[in-house]
Design a protein around this ligand. Structure first.
Ligand SMILES: C[S@@+](CC[C@H](N)C(=O)[O-])C[C@H]1O[C@@H](n2cnc3c(N)ncnc32)[C@H](O)[C@@H]1O
Length: 287
């Protein structure tokens, strides 16, 4: 079929038109009908229809090929570090194929969507300060379920990506994006809940037998927690799965009286991804 059409294009065949045939060109007395009574096509018309089917078939094939090439090319350009996370891309963003974008740090530090949804459910209807917003994994889910979100990141590229991704999810207008240092901004921030997802120091955190608060970046976990307390005692902290839980509990003793605390393990498809500590109002009282 492929060769046949290109053959037709290259040679001029008398009477062959690749555009729909003109009904006027066949006088009524010459119009032939099939057994069903419908007008049957002339040889030239049949060739023209076949050529147009072939063109459509070729176009569909080209689009398919382009899409699969695009996916293969994307797979090829991700760095070996990112590849593992790219393979889990729909766990990170269910709308990944609709245009979600991440930088290298974003790939390994974004909160998986299912966990981000469970964090957002705790904050339903309230105003959340996402103090380390990254590429927007949490901020997007807060925007879907909460009253309002302030998303802060020190890296302008992260805020640009978070804004872009929030647009993909249709919630960009429900988030205030701020490029800035959380520690400097904290005293002037107001909100019901402070959400803390500070850097864990890269994927190598997994190699450490027991992670501790001093290993968090850019400052230790105590400093991060104390800065958040300037905003509100209602704090959610997302931490590595190998975190020393005694230290997390001790954070509640930084307040007097001590804050109520709940610690939850987070799994995605049976894989242990991290732990979440909820303090004060956002902690479940039954825990
Ligand atoms: C673990 S990532 C956050 C991921 C985010 N929860 C998500 O789901 O996309 C931590 C982020 O903290 C940002 N960060 C580091 N130091 C900061 C600071 N002093 N103030 C605000 N953001 C900071 C980094 O640029 C990084 O994007």
């Amino acid at each position: 079929m492929k060769n046949y059409t290109s053959f037709l294009r290259k040679r001029t065949i008398p009477g062959l038109s690749l555009s729909p045939p003109d009904p006027e060109s066949h006088p009524p007395h010459l119009a032939r009908t099939s057994e069903s009574g419908k007008p049957s096509m002339t040889g030239d018309e049949r060739v023209a229809v076949q050529a147009s089917h072939s063109r459509r078939f070729k176009k569909r094939k080209r689009v398919k090929l382009k899409r699969s090439r695009g996916k293969r090319r994307e797979h090829a350009i991700v760095s070996p570090l990112v590849k593992k996370y790219w393979l889990q891309r729909y766990q990170l963003f269910s709308k990944y194929d609709e245009g979600v974008k991440l930088d290298e740090e974003g790939w390994y530090s974004v909160t998986p969507e299912e966990i981000a949804i469970s964090h957002a459910e705790r904050c339903r209807g309230r105003t959340v300060i996402d103090c380390f917003a990254g590429v927007g994994g949490n901020a997007i889910q807060f925007a879907i379920l909460c009253h309002h979100v302030v998303a802060i990141d020190i890296d302008p590229q992260k805020i640009a990506l978070a804004f872009h991704n929030a647009k993909v999810y249709g919630v960009a207008d429900r988030i205030d994006f701020v490029v800035g240092d959380f520690f400097q901004l904290a005293p002037s921030l107001k909100g019901d809940i402070a959400y803390l997802s500070p850097p864990w120091g890269g994927p190598s955190y997994k190699m450490i037998q027991q992670f501790n608060l001093d290993l968090l970046k850019p400052k230790d976990g105590y400093s991060v927690f104390q800065a958040a307390q300037r905003i509100t005692p209602n704090i959610i902290m997302f931490l590595p799965r190998n975190m020393d839980l005694n230290q997390v509990e001790e954070l509640s003793w930084l307040s007097s009286p001590p804050l109520h605390v709940e610690i939850e393990e987070n799994y995605v498809d049976g894989n242990f991804k991290g732990i979440t500590a909820y303090f004060s109002d956002v902690a479940s009282r039954q825990a």
